[in-house]
Design a binder for this molecule. Structure first.
Ligand SMILES: C[S@@+](CC[C@H](N)C(=O)[O-])C[C@H]1O[C@@H](n2cnc3c(N)ncnc32)[C@H](O)[C@@H]1O
Length: 171
């Protein structure tokens, strides 16, 4: 899916659900952060690569509402979630689509989603890129994610639209 459409999807979703914090897993060069940072009060982006993290920190050094966090998303998310005091949009965009490397490098996305579902206190939405990769390359199937949502958060539902997994409140 083109980056511009993902950006629009994020901004439209944040407006629809009144979300003021953005949390991204997978910063890379920070292009999504740059595209959406004016639409959120607070922006956090998590990057596992020390080099990319450093680059992104330099890029956003003059943007006080942007924080680049270094580390693996599964660890950083569990530390960050208890500090989030406002409605939050989680953007999971940290998948590996190289078939030769994916089995070893894929993030533990089921446990990350489970951490968010179990520990987020207020209103939130989880969007994940690359729905087409689910069920391949070491990622869970969409059905496994759907079952997790049904078991952990019956007040949330999962839909797939335009290659994006959307976990949103039922009301
Ligand atoms: C597709 S790029 C992200 C693109 C970015 N979200 C954007 O729209 O500009 C994926 C990034 O995720 C990072 N990554 C991979 N696994 C990660 C993990 N477990 N935790 C944090 N970052 C991770 C990679 O180093 C890479 O920079």
């Amino acid at each position: 899916m083109p980056h511009l459409l993902m950006e629009r999807n994020i901004v439209t979703t944040s407006k629809r659900y009144g979300l003021s914090i953005f949390v991204e897993a997978g910063t890379y060069l920070g292009d999504m952060v740059d595209a959406i940072r004016r639409n959120f009060e607070q922006v956090y982006s998590i990057e596992v690569s020390q080099q990319l993290c450093k680059k992104a920190r330099t890029r956003f050094r003059k943007n006080p509402n942007v924080t680049i966090l270094e580390g693996s998303s599964s660890v950083v998310l569990s530390q960050l979630i208890p500090t989030l005091q406002r409605p939050t949009l989680f953007w999971l965009d940290h998948y590996c689509d190289d078939p030769l490397e994916a089995e070893d490098r894929q993030p533990p996305v089921l446990s990350e989603i489970s951490t968010i579902l179990e520990h987020m206190a207020g209103r939130f939405v989880i969007l994940s890129s690359s729905a087409h990769l689910f069920g391949t390359y070491g990622l869970p199937t969409v059905h496994q994610v759907k079952d997790l949502v049904a078991d952990t958060a019956p007040n949330m539902k999962l839909l797939v639209e335009n290659d994006i997994l959307r976990i949103t409140p039922t009301v």
